[in-house]
Design a protein around this ligand. Sequence first.
Ligand SMILES: Cc1ncc(COP(=O)(O)O)c(C=O)c1O
Length: 386
Amino acid sequence: MHLIPEFPASKLPHVGTTIFSVMSQLAQEEGAINLGQGFPGFPIDEHLISLVNKAMSAGYNQYAPMPGWPALREAIALKMKRLWDMDINPNAEITITAGGSQAIFTAIGALIQPGDEVILFAPAYDCYAPAIELNGGVVKWVELEYPHWNIPWDKLESAYSSKTKLVMINTPHNPTGKVWSADEMSKMANWILEKQLFLISDEVYEHITFDDRPHTSMALFKEIRQQTMLVYSFGKTFHATGWKMGYAIGPENWMREFRKQHQFNVFTCHTPTQVAFAEYMKDTTIYDAISPMYQAKRNLIMSALQNPVFEAVLTEGTYFQLLKWKGVSELSDVELAKKWTIENKITLIPISVFFPSQIDMRLFRLCFAKEDNDLIEAAARLNQIQ
Ligand SMILES: Cc1ncc(COP(=O)(O)O)c(C=O)c1O
């Protein structure tokens, strides 16, 4: 008789289907406007599509070199020089990845040993903690302070121990929309230096900031260059999240280990897209329209939203806006989000899912990377909620 082995215990026992998938499926079943999952609901640049088509027709359909298409890595190095005066060796310090997520996963995998502690700020994007735990690392959480999501430096100090190896930051920040100031970034860089730690700076929303608040990259702080991995996403920047392409920039020793894992896991990413991005990035003005476009969308939905049951501090960056619900209910924020999807046909993401303690602050995240008419209709539906 053929016996099937019993499948072992889960390596991620606390992880289920993410709230994004759950809410998106419910939104679809209910015919709700989905402002839950963070992806653009409008077309991408036709020129970029034509460049991918052109690359395919020209025969760029086989494996690219393992670290990524050379011309693309060179284009990235040029961009980092132009924006942050960063001198990068594209052969050794840049790897093209299947989105920012894979860059994060691989950067953690290359660094973290069992027992290492990693400081994360809550609320946090949901892929950080599982990647740390899968590598035997231990997450130490520090909660950012509502409503401006400032860093509690005293709590950061208490979270530190001799086992701390890595700190992960994200600016502009999902889900809060906070954009760390140059002062905050500088203070963090100094702290990393003083404590001799590694840093992953997730900057996938680098080109989406509002009200003249600039993004400050950790690339600016040359003194921590040898201990910092920067993470970016073409999907976020060029509204093509489904293309799943991004990159990591880091020091040679960290990148060497990164690539050892990358080559056996992904090996390399979609060639024609890389060829197209290399060409597309030659135009350095492509970034200029991104923030104004999103700022107009933020303003559109926030001026149409006229419901005193929701309170909001205007988001500083990303395409997310938080709403605080002031109503009274026994229901949790997750249950409320489901109720609104079913009854009001509008889907938001409850913020408790971004906190390890699942703390319910009656905060909901909406994504305004949608067509203007959807935003206006979404606001009308939000205005009906009590
Ligand atoms: C903060 C943050 N980091 C990383 C990612 C992953 O980006 P990508 O889709 O390029 O994997 C996301 C996507 O939502 C994000 O919000």
